[in-house]
Design a binder for this molecule. Structure first.
Ligand SMILES: C[S@@+](CC[C@H](N)C(=O)[O-])C[C@H]1O[C@@H](n2cnc3c(N)ncnc32)[C@H](O)[C@@H]1O
Length: 273
């Protein structure tokens, strides 16, 4: 987990992560799994949020590493009062443009999920999707989220292990390559350049969860930070099935078998500093 200067420059790992996502911003929403492409998928996400965070009742939600604001919009649909924070300005520009187009009153601000500068005990719920795997210091981040949640407040994490391929994924990958070689399947084109893929690989090799963010390890760290009722939900089938048609057959198959999960955890109700 190196966060110091690289090659003698002042450009550290956090700067690299920001620059990477800033470059990804213009095409981010084109990918199924990022933006939502059907009402079936939107309903599946709403159901996941309600299952773990309950009905909104106007409660205050903070969507950390909101990116282009997909989850922020889902929370807004459900009636939460939403603030989205991300440290890549180009991502936020897309999030704000969507809020304007959809006439949504969501606040999108530049900020660091590991050091939010938000007041103590301020939010009823915190969400983040696909952030934890790329955190430089997740333990510090979880402590920060615990600090800014109200007592009884909940954090909902949606993430996955994007490093290790389980047996089923390996088989799917091999069969898809074989089918493509034999001409039975079209080659699925990636939305990123090979240079960006290399940057992604390089960043991934240096973050805290460089061996893959397994749900059990993330849950353990949440407990160590003081969160209670830490629950892993590995049943994201409804979402993944809804994404299937837009992902293409092989990527859809892989999505269904990957180690992807939601984790919900609570700040104790009678928390005293
Ligand atoms: C995979 S994208 C996910 C975006 C969004 N949560 C979603 O699911 O559509 C990861 C996002 O995390 C942001 N990010 C990574 N580390 C961050 C940090 N420490 N503070 C704020 N944003 C961060 C990146 O800028 C990027 O927008």
């Amino acid at each position: 987990m190196a966060d110091g200067p690289i090659d003698g420059s002042n450009f550290n790992l956090r700067d690299e992560i920001k620059a990477y996502w800033s470059e990804r911003a213009s095409t981010f929403d084109l990918s199924p799994g990022h933006e939502i492409f059907s009402e079936k998928e939107r309903a599946a996400w709403h159901a996941l949020i309600v299952r773990h965070l309950g009905r909104s009742e106007g409660r205050a939600a903070l969507d950390l590493a909101c990116g282009t604001g997909v989850v922020s919009h889902l929370l807004d649909d459900l009636g939460f009062k939403v603030t989205g924070i991300d440290w890549a300005e180009p991502m936020l520009e897309h999030a704000r443009a969507k809020a304007t187009a959809r006439q949504r009153n969501i606040i999108f601000r530049l900020g660091d999920a590991e050091n939010t500068r938000e007041p103590d005990s301020h939010y009823d719920v915190i969400t983040n999707r696909h952030l934890v795997w790329t955190l430089v210091d997740p333990q510090a981040a979880f402590a920060e989220w615990h600090r800014i949640l109200k007592p009884g407040g909940r954090v909902l994490i949606v993430d996955g292990d994007f490093v290790n391929m389980n047996f089923k994924e390996q088989i799917i990958a091999k069969v898809s390559v074989l089918f493509q070689r034999l001409g039975f399947a079209s080659v699925e084109t990636a939305r990123t350049t090979s240079q960006l893929l290399e940057t992604h690989r390089s960043i991934l090799s240096r973050v805290h969860f460089s061996d893959g963010a397994r749900a059990s390890a993330v849950a353990e760290m949440l407990k160590m930070t003081g969160f209670e009722n830490v629950t892993i939900d590995s049943d994201l089938r409804r979402i993944h099935h809804a994404q299937f048609g837009h992902l293409g057959f092989w990527r859809g198959m892989a999505r269904i078998t990957q180690h992807r999960y939601a984790i919900v955890a609570t700040k104790e109700r009678y928390f005293e500093k």
